[in-house]
Design a protein around this ligand. Structure first.
Ligand SMILES: *Cc1c(COP(=O)(O)O)cnc(C)c1O
Length: 435
């Protein structure tokens, strides 16, 4: 199947391609993918964090096989089904107190965030939403509407959207100045329009914006500013939630209690599944308000339940904390050999490595693109994120072993050395658009 990549190009639309190198895979297990040329690739992306338990986890395979061996229909729209009910009950049991109302099930982070954006406006009668510059909440019209990522600048935002800066200590003069700059903007929006703001969308780590970690205490200030205005705090845990950060929920690092929590990616164990958990006043404000035919289908719901059970049973949050600390340490050691590495940041197995040059920290965009390309040639899969496309993202399966950390970091080290030596050039990455 050595021509799989070419067949993909000839048959599949570019509209959903975000390609960094000519990757074509035919299978996978644990933290490894099988390339169509027979190579084994070590997966430090986990399909952008969607494969939290690793590829082909037995618990997910068994749950899906069971759900499909006697199929209770294909939808929760017009029928209660056991997998959807059990998944919802389980999500309520792990939700923060404020959010323990009802659960909505969807296919993706995008449809979940879109549903929240529509529901908070409809349920409160308010017209405005606050979100962050650089934030990514999805790729559908209604989720782009509340996002601030520049890759989507051509798409329409919600008319009542206010974007505030996500504090970036590295680039905004240190933690205090970064936090104060952002909070001043938030205060200004709330002073002007607070009574008309329905919700504020937050990412506990701004992942696609560059794996940014806000200074300690910043989000407590955000919550304190929002509460008096009755602004609902919506926490988008889609990429960094469900044990990835070293805690079950990434917002646990922030010291805040969201009103609404959005789950996606890893929740489905590789299948399309998302969930919103929130207060009854929002989640039950209307019937037939947001649904797609296959929402809550038994196969995906069963996979979701298996994922949540496995995270608890195998202690994956603790494991992600330990492996993540080890990986962060190994990545920091690369700074000595590669002057372009300016910061390693994140929590657990949600890590970013920012590449920049010079005293003014010019984003090393090309170096990022060349490095992930070369890494793939050498057998390691990872991509880059960031509003300047210069942050390597590490979101591997939570089951990653230390020996795999060592191997992956060794490959990355060599890839960056090869890039510095000019062994990979712009011509090699022509045709790979990334973002
Ligand atoms: C990926 C992502 C989304 C969108 O999820 P899809 O499954 O791509 O629709 C939303 N929010 C965050 C934080 C994400 O990382």
């Amino acid at each position: 199947m050595a021509d799989l990549y070419a067949r993909d190009a000839a048959a599949l639309s570019r509209m959903s391609h975000l390609r960094f190198f000519p990757q074509a895979v035919t299978g996978g297990e644990g933290c490894w993918l099988t390339s169509d040329d027979g190579r084994k690739l070590l997966d430090f992306s986990g399909s952008w964090g969607a494969v939290g338990l690793g590829h082909a986890h037995p618990a997910v395979r068994e749950a899906v096989a069971r759900a499909l061996s006697s199929q209770a229909g294909a939808s929760l729209l017009s029928s209660a089904t056991l997998p959807a009910v059990e998944l919802a009950e389980r999500l309520l049991s792990i939700a923060p107190r404020r959010a323990r109302g009802r659960v909505w099930l969807g296919h993706s982070g995008s449809d979940a965030n879109e549903t929240v954006a529509r529901a908070v406006l409809a349920a409160t009668g308010r017209t405005r939403i606050i979100a962050f510059e650089g934030g990514y909440h999805g790729g559908t019209v209604g989720s782009v509407a509340v996002s601030g990522h520049p890759v989507q600048d051509a798409s329409a935002r919600l008319p009542g959207l206010s974007l505030i800066p996500f504090p970036n200590p590295l680039r905004d003069g240190g933690p205090e100045a970064a936090a104060e700059n952002s909070l001043a903007r938030l205060r200004a929006v709330l002073d002007a329009d607070g009574a008309d703001v329905a919700a504020m969308f937050i990412e506990p780590i701004q992942s696609d914006g560059g794996m940014l970690v806000a200074p300690d205490g910043y989000f407590r200030e955000v919550e304190a500013l929002c509460r008096p205005h009755g602004v609902l705090l919506v926490c988008d845990e889609v990429k960094v939630g469900l044990a990835r950060s070293g805690r079950l929920h990434c917002f646990e690092h922030l010291g805040v209690e969201p009103d609404i929590v959005v789950f996606g990616k890893a929740l489905g164990g590789g299948l399309p599944l998302s969930a919103v958990v929130g207060p009854e006043a929002v989640m039950n404000h209307a019937a037939a308000f947001s649904f797609q035919t296959l929402h809550g289908n038994p196969a995906c719901a069963a996979a979701g339940l298996a994922v949540l059970e496995t995270i608890a049973r195998e202690g994956l949050a603790e494991r992600a904390a330990e492996t993540g600390d080890y990986l962060a340490g190994q990545l920091r050691a690369l700074r000595d050999r590669h002057p372009g590495v300016v910061e390693i940041r994140g929590h657990g197995l949600a890590l970013g490595m920012e590449l920049a040059t010079g005293d003014d920290l010019t984003p090393a965009t090309e170096q990022a693109a060349l490095s992930v390309f070369r890494a793939h040639q050498l057998g390691l899969v990872l991509y880059y994120v960031g509003v300047n496309s210069n942050v390597l993202e590490f979101t591997p399966p939570l089951t990653l072993e230390r020996s795999e950390v060592d191997l992956g970091v060794e490959i990355l080290d060599r890839a960056m050395r090869d890039v510095a030596a000019g062994e990979i050039t712009k011509a090699d990455i022509a045709g790979f658009e990334g973002w």
